[in-house]
Design a protein around this ligand. Structure first.
Ligand SMILES: C[S@@+](CC[C@H](N)C(=O)[O-])C[C@H]1O[C@@H](n2cnc3c(N)ncnc32)[C@H](O)[C@@H]1O
Length: 338
Protein backbone atom coordinates (compact mmCIF):
# COMPACT_ATOMS: atom_id res chain seq x y z
CA UNK A 1 0.00 0.00 0.00
CA UNK A 2 1.21 3.54 -0.85
CA UNK A 3 2.40 5.62 2.07
CA UNK A 4 2.70 9.43 1.92
CA UNK A 5 6.10 10.44 0.52
CA UNK A 6 6.84 12.83 3.38
CA UNK A 7 5.52 14.11 6.70
CA UNK A 8 3.30 17.14 6.33
CA UNK A 9 1.50 19.24 8.91
CA UNK A 10 -2.18 18.28 8.68
CA UNK A 11 -1.41 14.82 7.27
CA UNK A 12 -4.67 12.89 7.15
CA UNK A 13 -3.48 9.29 7.57
CA UNK A 14 -5.09 8.76 11.00
CA UNK A 15 -8.35 10.56 10.27
CA UNK A 16 -8.97 8.56 7.11
CA UNK A 17 -9.51 5.44 9.24
CA UNK A 18 -12.07 7.38 11.24
CA UNK A 19 -13.80 8.62 8.06
CA UNK A 20 -13.94 5.03 6.81
CA UNK A 21 -15.31 3.61 10.04
CA UNK A 22 -18.13 6.17 9.93
CA UNK A 23 -18.79 5.27 6.27
CA UNK A 24 -18.27 8.84 5.11
CA UNK A 25 -16.17 8.09 2.04
CA UNK A 26 -17.77 7.29 -1.33
CA UNK A 27 -17.98 3.67 -2.44
CA UNK A 28 -17.56 4.51 -6.11
CA UNK A 29 -15.85 7.20 -8.15
CA UNK A 30 -14.10 7.30 -11.48
CA UNK A 31 -12.32 10.60 -11.05
CA UNK A 32 -10.68 12.13 -8.02
CA UNK A 33 -9.61 15.72 -7.36
CA UNK A 34 -7.45 16.82 -4.46
CA UNK A 35 -7.00 20.63 -4.63
CA UNK A 36 -4.71 20.84 -1.52
CA UNK A 37 -2.74 17.65 -1.87
CA UNK A 38 0.18 18.20 0.57
CA UNK A 39 1.53 14.74 1.34
CA UNK A 40 -1.52 13.18 -0.30
CA UNK A 41 -2.72 10.79 2.39
CA UNK A 42 -6.26 10.81 0.98
CA UNK A 43 -4.90 10.23 -2.52
CA UNK A 44 -3.28 7.01 -1.26
CA UNK A 45 -6.72 5.88 -0.04
CA UNK A 46 -8.38 6.84 -3.33
CA UNK A 47 -5.70 5.14 -5.42
CA UNK A 48 -6.07 1.95 -3.40
CA UNK A 49 -9.84 2.09 -3.84
CA UNK A 50 -9.80 2.62 -7.60
CA UNK A 51 -6.36 2.71 -9.26
CA UNK A 52 -8.02 3.12 -12.66
CA UNK A 53 -9.71 6.42 -11.81
CA UNK A 54 -8.53 9.65 -13.40
CA UNK A 55 -6.70 11.67 -10.72
CA UNK A 56 -6.00 15.40 -10.44
CA UNK A 57 -3.65 16.55 -7.69
CA UNK A 58 -2.92 20.20 -7.02
CA UNK A 59 -1.10 22.27 -4.44
CA UNK A 60 0.06 25.87 -4.47
CA UNK A 61 3.47 24.75 -3.18
CA UNK A 62 5.39 24.43 -6.45
CA UNK A 63 8.35 22.75 -4.79
CA UNK A 64 6.41 19.75 -3.51
CA UNK A 65 4.57 19.49 -6.82
CA UNK A 66 7.98 19.39 -8.52
CA UNK A 67 8.88 16.43 -6.26
CA UNK A 68 5.77 14.58 -7.45
CA UNK A 69 6.64 15.48 -11.01
CA UNK A 70 10.20 14.16 -10.68
CA UNK A 71 8.90 10.95 -9.06
CA UNK A 72 6.41 10.57 -11.90
CA UNK A 73 8.77 11.16 -14.81
CA UNK A 74 12.33 10.57 -13.61
CA UNK A 75 12.06 8.22 -10.62
CA UNK A 76 15.29 6.27 -11.06
CA UNK A 77 17.48 9.38 -11.28
CA UNK A 78 15.52 10.91 -8.41
CA UNK A 79 16.15 7.89 -6.16
CA UNK A 80 19.78 7.59 -7.22
CA UNK A 81 20.38 11.19 -6.13
CA UNK A 82 18.56 10.69 -2.81
CA UNK A 83 20.60 7.48 -2.30
CA UNK A 84 23.79 9.46 -2.77
CA UNK A 85 22.76 12.00 -0.12
CA UNK A 86 21.64 9.16 2.13
CA UNK A 87 24.99 7.40 1.88
CA UNK A 88 26.97 10.57 2.70
CA UNK A 89 24.66 11.53 5.55
CA UNK A 90 24.41 8.11 7.21
CA UNK A 91 28.20 7.84 7.17
CA UNK A 92 28.46 10.90 9.44
CA UNK A 93 27.91 11.00 13.21
CA UNK A 94 24.58 12.27 14.52
CA UNK A 95 24.04 14.07 17.83
CA UNK A 96 22.80 10.85 19.45
CA UNK A 97 23.61 7.16 19.20
CA UNK A 98 21.94 4.01 20.42
CA UNK A 99 23.10 2.22 23.55
CA UNK A 100 21.71 -0.31 26.03
CA UNK A 101 20.64 0.84 29.48
CA UNK A 102 21.12 -1.17 32.70
CA UNK A 103 17.96 -3.17 31.95
CA UNK A 104 19.19 -4.04 28.47
CA UNK A 105 16.73 -1.69 26.78
CA UNK A 106 17.92 0.26 23.72
CA UNK A 107 18.00 4.00 24.35
CA UNK A 108 19.40 7.10 22.62
CA UNK A 109 22.38 8.74 24.33
CA UNK A 110 24.42 11.83 23.35
CA UNK A 111 27.13 11.16 20.79
CA UNK A 112 30.08 13.52 21.32
CA UNK A 113 31.36 12.93 17.76
CA UNK A 114 28.13 14.34 16.31
CA UNK A 115 27.42 17.06 18.88
CA UNK A 116 26.66 20.64 17.92
CA UNK A 117 29.69 22.91 18.20
CA UNK A 118 28.36 26.43 18.75
CA UNK A 119 31.90 27.86 19.00
CA UNK A 120 32.82 26.79 15.47
CA UNK A 121 29.41 27.73 14.09
CA UNK A 122 29.67 31.25 15.55
CA UNK A 123 32.83 31.89 13.55
CA UNK A 124 30.91 31.35 10.31
CA UNK A 125 27.96 33.57 11.21
CA UNK A 126 26.94 35.82 8.35
CA UNK A 127 23.92 37.99 9.07
CA UNK A 128 21.01 35.71 9.99
CA UNK A 129 22.67 32.44 8.94
CA UNK A 130 26.01 30.63 8.86
CA UNK A 131 28.25 30.03 5.89
CA UNK A 132 28.04 26.23 6.13
CA UNK A 133 29.95 25.71 2.91
CA UNK A 134 32.98 27.47 4.24
CA UNK A 135 32.61 25.81 7.65
CA UNK A 136 32.48 22.39 5.97
CA UNK A 137 35.61 23.05 3.92
CA UNK A 138 37.67 24.49 6.77
CA UNK A 139 36.63 22.11 9.58
CA UNK A 140 37.17 18.54 8.51
CA UNK A 141 36.80 17.54 12.18
CA UNK A 142 33.30 19.03 12.31
CA UNK A 143 31.71 17.05 9.53
CA UNK A 144 28.57 15.79 11.18
CA UNK A 145 25.01 15.07 10.09
CA UNK A 146 24.13 18.55 11.32
CA UNK A 147 26.79 20.43 9.35
CA UNK A 148 26.05 18.26 6.29
CA UNK A 149 22.30 19.02 6.46
CA UNK A 150 22.82 22.77 6.70
CA UNK A 151 25.44 22.76 3.96
CA UNK A 152 23.08 20.93 1.58
CA UNK A 153 20.28 23.33 2.53
CA UNK A 154 22.49 26.34 1.87
CA UNK A 155 23.54 25.02 -1.54
CA UNK A 156 19.91 24.30 -2.37
CA UNK A 157 18.90 27.84 -1.45
CA UNK A 158 21.78 29.45 -3.33
CA UNK A 159 21.09 27.58 -6.53
CA UNK A 160 18.61 30.11 -7.85
CA UNK A 161 18.51 29.24 -11.52
CA UNK A 162 17.28 25.62 -11.48
CA UNK A 163 15.28 24.54 -8.46
CA UNK A 164 12.76 22.45 -10.42
CA UNK A 165 15.19 19.96 -11.90
CA UNK A 166 15.18 16.33 -10.74
CA UNK A 167 18.39 17.12 -8.85
CA UNK A 168 16.78 20.02 -6.96
CA UNK A 169 13.66 18.03 -6.16
CA UNK A 170 15.76 15.11 -4.90
CA UNK A 171 17.81 17.54 -2.81
CA UNK A 172 14.66 19.05 -1.32
CA UNK A 173 13.34 15.55 -0.68
CA UNK A 174 16.50 14.64 1.22
CA UNK A 175 16.12 17.82 3.29
CA UNK A 176 12.45 17.13 4.01
CA UNK A 177 13.24 13.59 5.14
CA UNK A 178 16.01 14.68 7.50
CA UNK A 179 14.66 18.11 8.52
CA UNK A 180 12.42 18.90 11.44
CA UNK A 181 9.29 16.72 11.13
CA UNK A 182 6.65 17.92 8.75
CA UNK A 183 7.31 21.60 9.17
CA UNK A 184 7.64 23.78 6.09
CA UNK A 185 9.55 26.83 7.24
CA UNK A 186 10.60 29.42 4.67
CA UNK A 187 13.57 31.75 4.42
CA UNK A 188 12.72 35.35 5.19
CA UNK A 189 11.19 37.20 2.21
CA UNK A 190 11.29 34.05 0.03
CA UNK A 191 9.25 30.85 -0.38
CA UNK A 192 12.37 28.70 -0.06
CA UNK A 193 12.58 25.72 2.26
CA UNK A 194 14.37 26.77 5.44
CA UNK A 195 13.39 24.15 8.02
CA UNK A 196 16.09 23.35 10.60
CA UNK A 197 17.53 19.86 10.93
CA UNK A 198 15.56 17.17 12.75
CA UNK A 199 16.61 14.66 15.41
CA UNK A 200 18.89 12.91 12.89
CA UNK A 201 18.15 9.53 14.51
CA UNK A 202 18.33 7.62 11.24
CA UNK A 203 19.84 4.16 11.27
CA UNK A 204 19.86 2.27 7.97
CA UNK A 205 17.93 4.66 5.73
CA UNK A 206 16.29 8.05 5.50
CA UNK A 207 13.54 7.10 3.02
CA UNK A 208 11.74 4.17 1.47
CA UNK A 209 12.91 3.72 -2.13
CA UNK A 210 10.28 1.05 -2.82
CA UNK A 211 7.52 3.44 -1.80
CA UNK A 212 8.88 6.11 -4.15
CA UNK A 213 8.78 3.56 -6.97
CA UNK A 214 5.19 2.67 -6.06
CA UNK A 215 4.31 6.36 -6.18
CA UNK A 216 5.91 6.65 -9.58
CA UNK A 217 3.64 3.91 -10.86
CA UNK A 218 0.57 5.46 -9.24
CA UNK A 219 1.34 8.92 -10.61
CA UNK A 220 1.21 7.75 -14.23
CA UNK A 221 -2.54 8.23 -14.11
CA UNK A 222 -2.37 11.59 -12.41
CA UNK A 223 -2.48 15.13 -13.72
CA UNK A 224 -0.30 17.31 -11.48
CA UNK A 225 -0.89 21.04 -11.24
CA UNK A 226 0.47 23.91 -9.18
CA UNK A 227 -1.87 26.76 -8.55
CA UNK A 228 -4.82 28.06 -6.64
CA UNK A 229 -7.33 25.38 -5.61
CA UNK A 230 -10.19 27.18 -7.39
CA UNK A 231 -8.66 26.31 -10.75
CA UNK A 232 -9.22 22.59 -10.12
CA UNK A 233 -13.01 22.92 -10.14
CA UNK A 234 -13.02 22.78 -13.93
CA UNK A 235 -11.96 19.11 -13.83
CA UNK A 236 -15.25 18.23 -12.13
CA UNK A 237 -17.46 19.53 -14.94
CA UNK A 238 -19.14 16.85 -17.01
CA UNK A 239 -18.02 14.02 -14.73
CA UNK A 240 -20.57 11.68 -13.30
CA UNK A 241 -18.77 10.06 -10.42
CA UNK A 242 -16.24 12.57 -9.22
CA UNK A 243 -14.89 12.59 -5.66
CA UNK A 244 -13.27 15.80 -4.40
CA UNK A 245 -11.44 15.88 -1.09
CA UNK A 246 -10.41 19.30 0.20
CA UNK A 247 -7.94 19.68 3.02
CA UNK A 248 -7.04 23.38 3.11
CA UNK A 249 -4.72 24.87 5.71
CA UNK A 250 -6.90 24.91 8.76
CA UNK A 251 -8.37 27.99 10.34
CA UNK A 252 -5.89 29.28 12.90
CA UNK A 253 -2.85 27.48 11.41
CA UNK A 254 -1.70 30.15 8.98
CA UNK A 255 1.97 29.78 9.78
CA UNK A 256 2.18 26.03 9.03
CA UNK A 257 2.64 26.30 5.26
CA UNK A 258 4.10 29.76 4.89
CA UNK A 259 0.84 31.04 3.36
CA UNK A 260 -1.71 33.36 4.83
CA UNK A 261 -4.95 31.45 4.58
CA UNK A 262 -7.43 33.88 6.03
CA UNK A 263 -11.21 33.67 6.46
CA UNK A 264 -11.86 35.17 3.05
CA UNK A 265 -10.09 32.19 1.57
CA UNK A 266 -11.91 29.77 3.90
CA UNK A 267 -15.12 31.25 2.51
CA UNK A 268 -13.88 30.51 -1.03
CA UNK A 269 -13.32 26.89 0.00
CA UNK A 270 -16.95 26.66 1.17
CA UNK A 271 -18.03 28.31 -2.12
CA UNK A 272 -16.03 25.71 -4.05
CA UNK A 273 -17.69 22.90 -2.07
CA UNK A 274 -21.18 24.26 -2.78
CA UNK A 275 -20.42 24.71 -6.45
CA UNK A 276 -18.94 21.20 -6.77
CA UNK A 277 -21.96 19.54 -5.13
CA UNK A 278 -24.31 21.39 -7.52
CA UNK A 279 -22.49 19.98 -10.51
CA UNK A 280 -22.94 16.51 -9.00
CA UNK A 281 -19.58 15.74 -7.36
CA UNK A 282 -19.12 13.93 -4.05
CA UNK A 283 -17.25 16.65 -2.22
CA UNK A 284 -15.93 17.05 1.30
CA UNK A 285 -13.73 19.44 3.20
CA UNK A 286 -11.83 18.91 6.44
CA UNK A 287 -11.03 21.81 8.72
CA UNK A 288 -10.58 22.82 12.33
CA UNK A 289 -13.39 23.97 14.56
CA UNK A 290 -12.01 26.83 16.61
CA UNK A 291 -15.30 27.13 18.48
CA UNK A 292 -16.64 30.33 16.90
CA UNK A 293 -19.27 28.66 14.72
CA UNK A 294 -17.61 29.77 11.45
CA UNK A 295 -18.49 26.59 9.57
CA UNK A 296 -21.89 25.93 11.14
CA UNK A 297 -22.92 29.44 10.05
CA UNK A 298 -21.95 28.45 6.51
CA UNK A 299 -23.30 24.91 6.67
CA UNK A 300 -26.51 25.37 4.62
CA UNK A 301 -27.84 21.90 3.71
CA UNK A 302 -24.38 20.31 4.02
CA UNK A 303 -23.51 17.74 6.69
CA UNK A 304 -20.90 18.46 9.34
CA UNK A 305 -19.21 15.58 11.19
CA UNK A 306 -16.89 16.34 14.13
CA UNK A 307 -13.81 14.50 15.39
CA UNK A 308 -11.65 14.83 18.50
CA UNK A 309 -8.00 14.83 17.45
CA UNK A 310 -4.57 15.29 18.99
CA UNK A 311 -2.01 17.22 16.97
CA UNK A 312 1.52 15.92 17.17
CA UNK A 313 3.00 18.12 14.44
CA UNK A 314 2.98 21.84 13.81
CA UNK A 315 0.39 22.95 16.32
CA UNK A 316 2.10 21.91 19.54
CA UNK A 317 1.92 23.99 22.72
CA UNK A 318 5.17 24.76 24.50
CA UNK A 319 5.15 23.92 28.22
CA UNK A 320 6.90 25.95 30.94
CA UNK A 321 9.86 23.52 30.93
CA UNK A 322 10.42 24.11 27.20
CA UNK A 323 9.12 20.70 26.05
CA UNK A 324 6.11 20.39 23.78
CA UNK A 325 2.73 18.97 24.53
CA UNK A 326 0.42 17.49 21.92
CA UNK A 327 -2.62 19.73 21.41
CA UNK A 328 -6.19 18.45 21.61
CA UNK A 329 -8.57 19.96 19.07
CA UNK A 330 -11.82 19.46 17.19
CA UNK A 331 -11.79 18.83 13.49
CA UNK A 332 -14.76 18.87 11.19
CA UNK A 333 -15.63 17.24 7.91
CA UNK A 334 -18.13 19.21 5.86
CA UNK A 335 -19.83 16.93 3.35
CA UNK A 336 -21.63 18.45 0.36
CA UNK A 337 -25.38 17.69 0.39
CA UNK A 338 -27.98 19.34 -1.79
C1 LIG B 1 -3.51 20.81 5.35
S1 LIG B 1 -2.39 20.74 4.02
C2 LIG B 1 -2.88 19.32 3.19
C3 LIG B 1 -2.48 18.09 3.96
C4 LIG B 1 -2.73 16.82 3.16
N1 LIG B 1 -4.13 16.53 3.08
C5 LIG B 1 -1.98 15.63 3.75
O1 LIG B 1 -2.57 14.60 4.03
O2 LIG B 1 -0.77 15.76 3.91
C6 LIG B 1 -2.84 22.11 3.07
C7 LIG B 1 -2.11 22.35 1.76
O3 LIG B 1 -2.71 23.45 1.07
C8 LIG B 1 -1.72 24.11 0.28
N2 LIG B 1 -2.27 25.43 -0.09
C9 LIG B 1 -2.30 26.57 0.61
N3 LIG B 1 -2.97 27.54 -0.07
C10 LIG B 1 -3.39 26.99 -1.22
C11 LIG B 1 -4.15 27.47 -2.34
N4 LIG B 1 -4.63 28.72 -2.38
N5 LIG B 1 -4.40 26.62 -3.35
C12 LIG B 1 -3.93 25.35 -3.33
N6 LIG B 1 -3.20 24.84 -2.30
C13 LIG B 1 -2.94 25.65 -1.26
C14 LIG B 1 -0.50 24.08 1.18
O4 LIG B 1 0.68 24.18 0.41
C15 LIG B 1 -0.64 22.71 1.88
O5 LIG B 1 0.09 21.71 1.23
Amino acid sequence: MLKPLFMWAGGKTKLIEEYSSRNLLPEEFDSYIEPFVGAGAMFTWAYEKNPDAQFYLNDSNRYIMAIYDAVKTDEVTFCNIVDRYQKDYLGLPGPEMQAKNAKGKTIWVPNPAGATNKEIEKKYREGRSNDWNKLWKENVGYRTRRSYYFRVRQRYQENNFQRFSTFDSATLYFLMKTGFNGIWQTKKDTDLFNTPCGTMRHKARIYDRENVMEWSKALQNVELTTGDFMETLRYAFGREKCFIFMDPPYRGSYADFGVDFDDRLQQRVVDYLNCAKHIGSDVMMSNRDVGDGFFTQRQGTNIIETFDVTYTLGAKKQKADGTYEATKAKEILMIGKK
